[in-house]
Design a protein around this ligand. Structure first.
Ligand SMILES: [Zn+2]
Length: 472
């Protein structure tokens, strides 16, 4: 009982520390619109995979530019140096009797094709030795293609096409295909496709009957420049700025609703609510500018940004990046990453205290936690290698990623000493939630953001409130 009493006193004291910003925080939270977030994701996904340097990247960049301008922000579009890009206009994989393998999705950098061949089942492609028999056949293999592709090309026994299915695990990837990519090149000679686990089983039995499969693909592979949109809400002291960012491409080349239209939608909504409240005088103009960045290509565009900034990078006060704020397979938590980076102390303690102050309230999160650096997203372009960063800059720039799911399976890790995971049985351990649709053709709005739109709402509110506390 005594402990509980002390806890209540502590909470009361904590609550008393933030009356100055409470009205602004409440106004920000009240301004967040779930329907808008859902609509942004649907509109972004409708453009296509939005991979850097492709027509769907151009379309989404134009859409975002118009959107940010409408919010009264200064907008600039930056281009990456040219890099090989691919996009697929149409494709069809069907048995000769006309039955279509609906789940088929082309590997990135598969060249255009219009071929047919008798099906051949190769159970473990990576362990098999390419043989004369493979020539002109359509190979079906359960599992990954990986390095086998290069070995097959080298052998000269070129199949007409390769079809690979999701892992032989009936609990996952049943209705969709796990997406993959060939090496970045315009001359990959064999078209490759992913199919769902269920379609893989159908192909295995069709292979026994040596049935013929027809494959067609209309793809474009050429150099393109990824387009990054940067919108600025000017601060009282515009010499400094915070970066609020998300990768605008789908990364896997699929629909990418959760990864990462959800992150882009989160950036869009923070910009809209913040700009409107500053305009109406309901919240103060932030001390430093807020720069909203939607990267044309994950990592690459953030690195281009750092190079472009040069000396001005020292004015960057912090990076708040979003990657997968649209779903969660097992938990109902919001995560604030990179509490192991010493110069993230203020940023992460602020996010953690926002987590504590609003946990359990209607319209907010139930579970929240900080977690150590995991790598693999754009906040790491600003961190050194020691913290899974790319080491692009030696400046100590506070950088976090805010998310509700990461990768395709649950990660159970130790919490960083000095930090606790709230709302879990053991505060020294933490579980990082994942997406059932990670890098698959099933990463659609219907499966993610339409089902759990509350995740994006929470990411917007947590970040907006943290910015109000940090940037004044
Ligand atoms: Zn991502």
């Amino acid at each position: 009982m005594l402990n509980r009493f002390v806890l209540i006193l502590c909470l009361a004291a904590a609550g008393l520390q933030s009356p100055a910003t409470r009205p602004a925080e409440e106004a920000f939270a009240a301004g967040v619109a779930e329907a808008d977030l859902r609509r942004y994701v649907r509109e972004l996904v409708a453009f296509g995979p939005r991979m850097g340097g492709t027509p769907s990247n151009d379309k989404s960049a134009a859409y975002l530019s118009a959107y940010f301008k409408k919010q009264g922000l200064e907008v600039a579009v930056h281009e990456d140096p040219p890099a090989l890009a691919h996009w697929e206009t149409s494709w069809r994989v069907a048995l000769a009797d006309g039955s279509v393998i609906e789940s088929a999705w082309p590997f990135g950098f598969s060249a255009s094709a219009n071929v047919a061949g008798k099906l051949l089942l190769v159970p473990e492609l990576s362990k098999a030795t390419p043989s004369e028999e493979w020539k002109g056949r359509v190979i079906y293999t359960p599992g990954d293609v990986g390095r086998a592709y290069a070995a097959i090309v080298k052998s000269g026994h070129l199949p007409a096409a390769i079809l690979s299915s999701a892992p032989n695990d009936p609990t996952r990837y049943i209705d969709w295909s796990r997406l993959s990519s060939l090496r970045s090149a315009a001359d990959n000679p064999i078209p490759a496709f992913s199919v769902s686990y269920v379609d893989g089983r159908a192909l295995a039995s069709a292979a026994q009957a040596e049935r013929t499969v027809k494959v067609s693909l209309d793809a474009t592979i050429r150099e393109g420049k990824g387009k990054t949109v940067i919108a600025t809400l000017e601060g009282q002291d515009p010499s400094g700025y915070y970066l609020i960012s998300a990768h605008g491409d789908s990364d896997s080349g699929g629909p990418g609703a959760d990864d990462n239209a959800s992150g882009v939608a989160t950036v869009m909504e923070i910009a809209r609510v913040y700009a409107a409240l500053v305009r109406s005088g309901k919240i103060e103009r932030p001390k430093y500018s807020l720069r909203f960045a939607v990267w044309g290509a994950e990592y690459r565009s953030a690195r281009t940004f750092i190079e472009r900034e040069g000396e001005n990078l020292k004015n960057l006060k912090g990076v708040l990046n979003f990657d997968e704020t649209g779903t969660g397979a097992e938990r109902d938590a919001i995560y604030f990453e990179s509490n192991d980076v010493p110069w993230n102390e203020t940023l992460l303690r602020t996010l953690d205290s926002v987590g504590a102050d609003y946990a359990g309230r209607e319209g907010f999160w139930t579970e929240y936690t900080t977690n150590p650096s995991q790598g693999g997203t754009d906040s790491y372009a600003f961190l050194p290698k020691q913290y899974k960063g790319t080491g692009q800059t030696t400046l100590q720039i506070p950088s976090t990623t805010i998310y509700t799911a990461a990768w395709d399976k649950l990660a159970e890790i130790d919490q960083v000493p000095g930090w606790e995971s709230k709302g879990t049985p053991d505060p020294k351990k933490l579980k990082i939630d994942y997406s059932l649709y990670y890098h698959s053709s099933g990463d659609t709005p219907e499966n993610t953001t339409e089902r759990e739109p509350q995740n994006m709402v929470r990411a917007v509110k947590a970040t907006g409130i943290a910015l109000i506390r940090l940037n004044r």
